[in-house]
Design a protein around this ligand. Structure first.
Ligand code: TPP
Length: 658
């Protein structure tokens, strides 16, 4: 192995050795502890350390790194104290995630590290968002994300690289090509010659380097960093290396030919670098022993502290409280009655005033810039706020949700428009597993609003009509908001953007231009989590939201003989249980109404809560009226038959009969 010291001083060269040695020694100790049954699981990076260490050394300490499961060297080179790291791995409260996350699945903003989720690829787009923040603030900084060779097969890899290239983002994407993804060899994973070849397809620079040569990694990432900053472009760096141990320790290495271990054993990054320093006269055996002794003590001390730490004691209140970031802004009441506006105008106004209020708010979505979005919600925004803040995106929902999270890490707010709520399926993982869970996992909030033009009634067929709010209500960490009036649409939109948590904002498309109502001109918020009594009644309660509010109101207007109490939930997560109880108490007969399909819909959850908590106040079984348990059909008569509204009268009569 050839080492080129360039202009590195003697002491720098020795310091690099220390950084390279530390993760190796920690790992060797972890393997001993594993064999002794003292720790549970370990993903080894032995043989690959030069990549994590060299790359981290090449960055400024305030530049974000998105590491993977073999990148202990990132954490040690950023000087995370070993005792805290060890407590993290032991699930101690004193670790980085209060015992909630395993292995390397955590981040820490003081070290500018954003930890992975198990799904691998989603890391990459977060780096896009961080780099976008640098670009918008005109900072001369990069972000750096790691991927294994296996994870390059994920769609997230393609999307993140494409967005970075199209938007000119200063991101270094590093692939650690260690030849295997678990047991699958590279030739069953991809068939291009080198993974760096993929770069050209995205219009970006790609290079392949020796990942076992620490000085080469350091030099190339240093150059890559300057390139990204000066050119305002991403780069793909493929680092050739080898995984000297199993995927994780329990899984063994039977599938790897022995010769490969021999071949790569000779290329060990640590042994070769140590020999180079010795050959250069910069390191003696005594010095090696002395350096090892210092690290050894650091490790032993850390382990002693880690094992002495008490097992975490669950505190349910704290567990629940940490799911969401605290809200720091009070509700801003409306001051005027307002003027008549369409539902869609109210949403536009809420967004526009939020853009004025929050200079750090960025809007992203397909066709939302000059074109104004599929429904024209952001029409006219580009001249007001510029294309940097009103961003057309490539067609890649997952990467944009990931980028939104990256923006939040850098203190930005963002709104992403799903062109249709149906398309959220291809951004699902980032929402459910990254946005929703990150605050609970390690205290980072996801200040993101995802707008969801939803619902049927316009003959748009199975993939432009779905109501999918229930998917998100089942996910702790998200908020789910669903206005039914123009006034609420504006107030809830502003509240959603003020809220530091991820908010799924459902807008019924059929309401956009069909309903109008008074909307105050000023900036105000409608509190998230508070339902609205639409009208009070004494015969039956209809508890509903979105389009259901209009169905229920029409029904009540047409049936003055029935005294209907209508509750508009407005927020589905969290639910306003006081308001639900209040409605049940007024009537004793409950009809739960929603456009979404019946089975697994919100009605089931509401029914369960009411029967558990208000059973003594019920005079009849709870009745649900919902969409048919089918996909939403295209032909109008079929769609009408699908809709809950077509069964509303029968449901009311059934309830009244008790
Ligand atoms: C979406 C997803 N599918 C499958 C897995 C299971 N899994 C974890 S690591 C891994 C192999 C990853 O290989 P690679 O990206 O090359 O990284 P390496 O482990 O070699 O460092 C697999 C299949 C996962 N974590 N996430």
């Amino acid at each position: 192995m050839q080492f080129d010291r360039k202009n590195l001083s003697d002491s720098q060269l020795v310091d690099i050795y220390k950084e390279l040695l530390r993760p190796r020694m920690i790992e060797e100790k972890m393997l001993v502890l594993l064999r002794q049954g003292k720790i549970s699981k370990w993903f080894s990076g032995i043989g690959q350390e030069a990549i994590a260490v060299g790359a981290t050394l090449a960055l400024d300490n305030d530049e974000y790194i998105m590491p993977m499961h073999r990148n202990l060297g990132v954490f040690t080179t950023r000087k995370m104290p070993f005792d805290k790291l060890f407590m993290q791995w032991q699930g101690s409260r004193e670790g980085f995630s209060k015992g909630r996350e395993r292995s390397f699945h955590f981040g820490a903003n003081e070290y500018h590290i954003c930890g992975m989720i198990s799904h691998l690829g989603p890391q990459l787009a977060i780096a896009d968002g961080v780099a976008l923040a640098h670009k918008l603030k005109k900072e001369k900084k990069v972000s750096l994300a790691f991927s294994g060779d296996g994870a390059t097969s994920e769609g997230d890899f393609h999307e993140a690289l494409n967005v970075a290239a199209v938007w000119g983002l200063p991101v270094i994407f590093i692939i650690e090509n260690n030849g295997y993804g678990l047991s699958t060899p590279s030739n069953e994973q991809f068939i291009c010659e080198q993974l760096a070849d993929k770069a050209v397809g995205y219009g970006m620079k790609g290079i392949t380097i020796d990942g076992n040569n620490i000085l080469e990694v350091y030099k190339e990432i240093t150059k890559a960093r300057l390139y990204c900053i000066t050119e305002q472009k991403p780069i793909l760096v493929e680092c050739m290396t080898f995984r000297m141990r199993g995927h994780e320790e329990a899984s063994g290495v039977k599938y790897v030919p022995k010769e490969l271990f021999e071949e790569w054993g000779k290329k060990d990054p640590l042994a070769n670098y140590e020999q180079f320093l010795k050959d250069e006269g910069l390191l003696s055996e005594d010095q090696v022993a002395a350096i090892r002794a210092v690290i050894q003590k650091e490790i032993e001390d850390g382990i002693a502290t880690g094992f002495a730490a008490p097992e975490v004691t669950p505190n349910t209140d704290e567990e629940m409280a940490d799911v969401y970031a605290p809200i720091r802004t009070a509700t801003i009441p409306k001051r005027t009655a307002g003027t008549e506006k369409k539902f869609i105008q109210a949403i536009t106004e809420g967004l526009k005033q939020s853009m004025e209020r929050h200079p750090n708010l960025v809007l992203m979505g397909q066709d939302i810039a000059e074109y104004g979005g599929a429904f024209k919600v952001t029409e006219g925004f580009v001249p007001l706020f510029g294309k940097e803040r009103v961003r057309n995106t490539p067609l890649c929902e997952s990467a944009i949700v990931g980028a939104a999270l990256g923006l939040s890490i850098k203190g930005f707010k963002s709104m992403m428009e799903m062109q249709f709520a149906d398309f959220v399926t291809v951004g699902f993982n980032q929402i459910i597993n990254n946005l929703a869970k990150i605050h609970y996992r390690w205290g980072q909030n996801a200040d993101v609003v995802i707008r969801m033009p939803t619902g049927g009634g316009v003959g748009a067929g199975p993939f432009h009509s779905q109501s999918n709010e229930a998917w998100f209500v089942h996910t702790p960490g998200l908020k789910v908001v669903y206005p039914s009036t123009p006034e609420d649409a504006k107030g809830l939109m502003i509240a959603a953007i003020e809220d530091p948590n991820p908010v799924m904002f459902f807008e019924h498309k059929a309401l956009y231009r069909s309903i109008s109502g008074p909307v105050p001109e000023e900036y105000y918020t409608t509190e998230i989590g508070k339902a609205r009594i639409v009208r009070q009644g004494s015969d039956i309660s209809i508890i509903t939201y979105g389009m259901g509010v209009h169905w229920a109101t029409d029904y009540a207007n047409k049936h003055p003989d029935v005294s209907v109490d209508i509750l508009d939930l407005r927020t589905l997560l969290p639910l306003d249980y006081d308001a639900i109880r209040g409605s049940v108490l007024r009537t004793g007969k409950v009809l739960l109404l929603h456009e979404d399909t019946l089975t697994g819909g919100i009605g089931g959850e509401l029914g369960a809560w009411i029967s558990e908590n208000c059973f003594q106040n019920l005079d009849a079984p709870i009745v649900r009226c919902a969409g048919l348990d089918t996909p939403i059909p295209f032909a109008i008569p079929l769609e009408q038959n699908f809709m809950a509204n077509s069964r509303l009268d029968a449901s009311v009569q059934k309830l009244l009969a008790y």
